[in-house]
Design a protein around this ligand. Sequence first.
Ligand SMILES: [Zn+2]
Length: 255
Amino acid sequence: MFGSFRIGSVAGIPIRVHVLFLLLVAALAFAPGTGAFQLVALGVLVVCVVLHELGHALVARRFGIHVLDITLWPLGGMARLSHIPESSRVEAAIAIAGPAVNVALALVAAPLLLLQVFGPARDSILAALALSFVVVNVLMAAFNLLPAFPTDGGRLVRAWFGRKRSWVEATARAVWIGRVVAVAIGIAGIAWGNWMLPVVALWLWWTGGVELAQVRARHAQGLVPTGGFTDADLARIESFRGPLRALPRGDRDGD
Ligand SMILES: [Zn+2]
């Protein structure tokens, strides 16, 4: 990804940060009113984003997909995969893994929060940190599960349609629903005076269209990625996806 550089790696997966992400973090860190608490909360937020993406990445790797890297940029994190197989089962498993990490983190922190709120030895700073940790993770899971393709929720929608339809049609439907949701997000942002949301909406609208165009182009060329599967997986996919069967085996390389 242009303008990004590597800061380390987790489980053999390079973690990269984009220059724009650094600028955003710097702007927040040096903003008036930012104290030690806000800095710690910001650091925790970044760690949660990385863990969310690691959830996607590690599940993708289990399916034999090569994870290029995890890149942090202003709108969050992004696990870049060598390809996304056209399989509802694989797509759904990878998509749900990210929000599942956030739900797990919130559940782990919930007892600490309860202890701080109701326990005998209360610490208001620890309680505030635990509360923001739980809220951040619940919000991250909720936002990513919005059916605004290419969000995780949008990918679950495509996986749902992909069970019975061609991948092109499933993607087109997921993108259509995603754009309706994106418009709603944009309008809500304008109504609330939150100018970040219309930017997110535009980004969702655009990237959904880009991915649909990519899927269409791939199918027009007969390049349907099914790599990284065992033969049993492939047989299962082929049993409900007719067009794949028509492709000669040598043409099934997605990379
Ligand atoms: Zn995600």
